[in-house]
Ligand binder design. Structure first.
Ligand code: CA
Length: 439
């Protein structure tokens, strides 16, 4: 991956589940437990569920069995799920835990790249030129994919560029080994186990050989970076060779991406959204992904278009949310259904904006009129934890501090901003942190 995508793995997992906040919270608990003393293992057969398991020096729970013991138990589960014993044994031949996967699973990046730097990387001139060349090279197959799934070619090629630099960086780790490691001692073992069963099903289906089933440390595979469960529900054989090959076939990868976006609510022929401007005194609390209104209503509320731009055709009735990726001082966008479909691919508004603007840049558009507040750098993880702690201490309930700015934290930030008489954009910044520290 050439791009740094904070929380990418966590977010990708959420596609497979509805318990978004629960999963993220659980993921964070191991780290929050860093400071806890190591609890002795209870020997009582009726030990309460809250008994703390033994942990290592960093507070991570130690596996209660050896890898071989775990593998023997998991083999039974896989066989019960319909996996052929010979296939299981071949897939697991010589498999040992991969320490680099555990290291990646436990890393909590301290610093987040500002959205404007992220977008500079996502929409680099090299990537734009490569994408334009591929749009030409695959014009025929893209026409067929558009007809079949209704997703426009620029968006598909943009996702392809963002996910794997058009197939160049797919990850070179054994998917079985990575997922076995995570199922054995990762932070989300149940999730990893489900993915591992799905990966074995892919092998059993004959789509790929075990030694060629490569991906990222988290088990995201091929040119589309699908996790195994998403592969099983959405990968397609578009080139007609009988195998769903998202590793080596661009046609399969592009069509699989289209199938997934179609299932995620993509609307044929609609734009992702468009840049807007907000009048002075606009109620910035309206910038909330869950608050959707027809474009026409936003316009009546004082949302305008940058000089020289026009409303996309027939957009007045479309349902839109207001996005302020860097708070009220930065650019503003009205985002439509197709933006939401991209979020299902990777639940990060920076990612969705990157895909959206890149898809337009292939046609020479997708430039932003507003100015980024480059003096306002994102808070570090330590600062986000402190912000959440201070908000909760002042009765703005930000939930258990986890360093993740989710819906609860944004709501708490808005309340604090309103009490201060500031624009309530829900955006965490240093000015707010300093104010909370001082009072
Ligand atoms: Ca194929």
């Amino acid at each position: 991956m050439s791009l740094r995508r904070p929380q990418r793995w966590q977010m990708r997992q959420l596609l497979a589940t509805s318990s978004l906040f629960l999963l993220v919270a659980c993921a964070e608990q191991n780290t929050a437990a860093d400071a806890l003393p190591v609890a002795p293992q209870k020997t009582s057969p009726v030990a309460p569920l809250t008994t703390a398991a033994p942990t290592d020096a960093d507070g991570f729970v130690l596996p209660s069995q050896t890898f071989d013991q775990w593998e023997a138990g998991f083999r039974q589960q896989a066989l019960q799920a319909g996996i052929n014993p010979a296939l299981f044994d071949r897939a697991f031949a010589g498999i040992t835990p991969d320490p680099s996967v555990i290291k990646a699973d436990r890393s909590q990046p301290e610093f987040t790249r500002p959205v404007w730097e992220y977008l500079d990387g996502a929409i680099s001139p090299v990537r734009v030129r490569k994408g334009q060349a591929l749009l030409n090279q695959y014009a025929d197959v893209l026409t067929q994919i558009e007809q079949r799934y209704g997703v426009d070619r620029q968006a598909l090629v943009a996702v392809w560029g963002m996910e794997s630099s058009f197939g160049q960086f797919q990850g070179d780790k054994s998917v079985i080994r990575s997922l076995a490691t995570l199922a054995y001692e990762g932070r989300r073992q149940g999730f990893a186990q489900d993915q591992l069963i799905a990966a074995l099903q892919i092998l059993q289906n004959g789509d790929i050989q075990p030694e060629l089933m490569l991906g990222s440390w988290s088990g995201a595979m091929g040119q589309t970076q699908f996790i195994p469960t998403t592969y099983n529900t959405h990968a397609v054989d578009f080139d007609g060779d009988g195998r769903r090959d998202i590793w080596n076939s661009a046609a399969d990868a592009l069509a699989s991406t289209a199938h997934y976006l179609q299932s995620s609510g993509w609307q044929r022929g609609q734009p992702w959204g468009f840049e807007v401007q907000l009048s002075a005194g606009f109620d910035y609390a309206q910038a909330d992904g869950a608050l959707r209104k027809p474009v026409g209503e936003w316009l009546r509320m004082g949302v305008t278009l940058p000089a020289g731009t026009r409303l996309p055709a027939n957009a007045e009735q479309l349902s839109a949310a207001l996005l302020l990726p860097a708070g009220y001082r930065g650019p503003a966008f009205l985002v439509l259904d197709n933006f939401r479909a991209i979020l299902k691919y990777n639940n990060s508004s920076s990612y969705a904006l990157g895909v959206s603007l890149l898809s337009q840049r292939f046609n020479g558009a997708g430039y932003i009129y507003g100015q980024w507040p480059k003096d306002d750098l994102p808070l570090s993880r330590t600062e986000r934890l402190e912000l959440q702690t201070l908000l909760t201490a002042k009765n703005y309930d930000a939930g258990t501090p986890d360093g993740i700015i989710g819906a609860n934290t944004r709501k708490a930030i808005r309340s604090a901003q309103q009490a201060l008489g500031w624009p309530a954009d829900g955006y965490p910044n240093h000015k707010l942190l300093e104010s909370l520290r001082a009072h």
